[in-house]
Write a protein that binds this ligand. Structure first.
Ligand code: SIN
Length: 291
């Protein structure tokens, strides 16, 4: 990259770290395009090291890539997570295992401890998510990412042909039933606005590359199949995508900002750090309708 930025590939899948870039700075078009292009060719994740940014600066940085969930020009995420948003910045979703002086959670504890792709249950799911690590446990708290584009490439042509015309239902109710405590789930979230039908194989709007777009967290079933048939095929796909060769493990350093592409990735936050404080802030970009 130009200026003094140093980039390094961290994985055969392409995940790339950048040092020497200050996310507080307003990027000119050339630099922004350079970052976008690097991101699209980084196996789905760019890692910006050593960042010291406020919540507002994270929002400013993120907005350069599109419209954010929770912003005045966007739409909110599901009501169930509204209690975890930053009180002054509804664009920021807080991940935290801590409580404030009044005992109120300062974010969602153990958020995303299951394989999922952010907000896939909406007609327009998340494109990018940008997560800033403000406090990281001494040991543990890594996040796993599975690259479903590489996994697609790893399928036989016969299986690609079977999957090509299929559609799957994504439903927040799946995660609501298994990942959230009952009193926390807002019933209105289960009424239909958080359910969507998407192609099982989607084509990335910017790269034209194909990936498998189902995830255990939110995909309820394959459209038109008997439930046993759907369960077997989805089980195969989930197992296929999460094979070691498609996984990148983010071992967090404090002040990392990472930007991942939900259109080609699933992620899983490992909850193995007990009560050690872990605090991150996430902005989430509204993507396009998958095709
Ligand atoms: C998330 O699913 O956005 C949370 C990821 C993490 O805490 O590592």
């Amino acid at each position: 990259m130009r200026r003094n930025h140093i980039t390094k590939k961290l994985s055969k899948l392409g995940m790339t770290e950048i040092r020497g870039l200050n996310l507080n700075e307003r990027f000119d078009d050339e630099l922004l395009n350079e970052i976008k292009s690097l991101w699209l060719n980084s196996g789905g994740i760019l890692i910006f090291r050593d960042q010291h940014i406020t919540s507002q600066q994270q929002i400013n940085f993120s907005r350069q890539f599109g419209t954010l969930f929770g912003s005045p020009e966007g739409v909110p995420m599901q009501d169930t997570v509204s209690r975890y948003l930053h009180p002054d910045h509804p664009e920021i979703y807080r991940v935290s295992n801590q409580v404030d002086k009044e005992g109120t959670p300062t974010g969602r504890a153990r958020a995303g401890t299951y394989w999922h792709s952010d907000v896939s249950f909406r007609e327009k799911p998340a494109s990018a998510s940008i997560l800033y690590a403000k406090q990281i446990p001494v040991v543990g708290g890594d996040t796993l990412f599975a690259n479903a584009e590489a996994a697609y490439k790893g399928l036989s042509q016969a299986m690609k042909d079977i999957l090509a015309p299929l559609q799957a239902v994504h439903d927040f109710a799946i995660a609501a039933a298994s990942q959230y405590e009952k009193p926390v789930v807002i019933r209105d979230d289960l009424k239909g606005a958080n359910r969507a039908l998407h192609p099982v194989i989607r084509t990335h709007p910017d790269t034209g590359r194909k990936s498998i777009y189902v995830n255990p967290g939110f995909t309820s079933h394959l459209d038109g199949f008997e439930s046993k048939e759907s369960d077997s095929l989805l089980k195969f796909l989930f197992g296929h995508i999460t094979q070691p060769q498609y996984i990148y493990r983010q071992i967090w350093q404090e002040h990392d900002v990472i930007m991942w592409d939900n259109r080609i990735m699933m992620h899983f936050a490992i909850s193995d750090y007990g009560h050690e404080p872990r605090y991150l802030e996430r902005t989430t970009l509204i993507g396009e309708r998958p095709t």
